[in-house]
Design a protein around this ligand. Structure first.
Ligand SMILES: Nc1ncnc2c1ncn2[C@@H]1O[C@H](COP(=O)(O)OP(=O)(O)O)[C@@H](O)[C@H]1O
Ligand SMILES: [Mg+2]
Length: 310
């Protein structure tokens, strides 16, 4: 299964949430590949705490090892693969991934910039890469650059090619729980030159794309936190805002039937971008609700019944 992660804005929690979902899928025994297609900001190395590729892979002179950015440009025959279990600097992550399904990162390139245009050869290379990964891994998570990016264009054009057309592709749109983010996410999917319009132009059908897209709300304050606000007036105001946001989301086709799930505000992630491990919860550093949210998102993503039920 191919899973594309995108968002209209940067800073939505797309990469952090996608990495945590990928980790949870690997813990459930699945072999998972994580492909960093966020060309301007390849952060996956940092999230998996692999110090040598924190900001993407840097091409060493004389070697031909480089990341997916260079691969798409035809500068290497195949992009580097980094096994998380054997390369992470975080002991607890190493320990848990060693006993799980394979978790392999295909990093971006350090200093690689966003693509300005997409040509046929790039699409062909993308098809070849994703088709091979999809054969080898149960789940392939592709973290795309934000907005109406060339990364999104490549992914939409690749998935309509014969080699990928019949494979399962799911699209996750990440957004924060604020007015601007709700409207931005709706605009990216339904708006002019958005995901649906562009996808149809490249040969997808509206119905097929709509059936394969779900929204993920990130860093949503919990009702408990509203009720325990400093003053009753503040609680009332917060609850009203939440209700207004729900109405706004529904009116913009981001209602509950199109939402895969939500993550709560996690103090650890407000301070530091990382995977939230069970050991963080056991040490009372992270909230149990956070890991529960990732487990639930991972489950709904790969369970066909749960996915269709939404
Ligand atoms: N559930 C959460 N609670 C609090 N902060 C979060 C949560 N999820 C993500 N973040 C933080 O939001 C910021 C943006 O996340 P990131 O994944 O880098 O966004 P994107 O990939 O969309 O640009 C990071 O500092 C991250 O740690
Ligand atoms: Mg990111």
């Amino acid at each position: 299964m191919l899973v594309f992660a995108t968002s209209d804005k940067g800073g939505t929690g797309r990469s952090v949430t996608s990495c945590n979902i990928a980790y949870r899928l690997s813990l459930s025994g699945r072999n998972v590949a994580y492909v960093d297609f966020d060309f301007g900001s390849p952060t996956a190395g940092a999230l998996f705490e692999i110090g040598s590729i924190e900001r993407g892979i840097s091409t060493e002179p004389g070697t031909h090892v480089s990341g997916v950015h260079n691969y798409l440009l035809g500068r290497n025959g195949s992009p580097a693969r980094v096994d998380v279990a054997s390369n992470t600097d975080r002991t607890e992550l190493k320990r848990t991934t060693q006993r799980a399904g394979r978790l392999v990162l295909l990093p971006g390139d350090e200093g690689g910039a966003e693509f300005l245009t997409c040509d046929e050869e790039m699409v062909e290379r993308c098809v070849e890469l994703l088709a091979a990964l999809d054969q080898e891994f149960r789940v392939v998570v592709v973290d795309l650059s934000a907005g109406r990016s060339v990364a999104l264009e490549i992914a939409l054009k690749a998935t309509i090619q014969p080699a990928l057309r019949r494979r399962t592709a799911r699209w996750l749109i990440f957004h924060r729980w604020t007015r601007q983010h709700v409207l931005a996410a709706a605009g990216l999917v339904h708006g002019p030159n958005g995901f649906l319009e562009a996808g149809v132009e490249y040969g997808h059908t509206d119905a097929e794309l709509l059936g394969s897209v779900r929204f993920v709300r990130t860093a949503v304050p919990t009702t408990v936190s509203y009720l325990s606000a400093d003053h009753p007036a503040q609680s009332t105001w917060l609850l009203e805002q939440d209700a207004a946001l729900r109405r706004l989301a529904t009116a913009n086709r981001l209602g509950t039937t199109s939402v895969l799930g939500a993550t709560p505000v996690e103090p650890v992630l407000q301070w530091r971008e990382q995977l939230v491990l069970d050991s963080d919860v056991n040490a009372h550093i992270a909230k149990a609700e956070t890991t529960q949210a990732y487990i639930e998102l991972a489950r709904r993503l790969v369970d066909d019944t749960a996915w269709e039920m939404l």
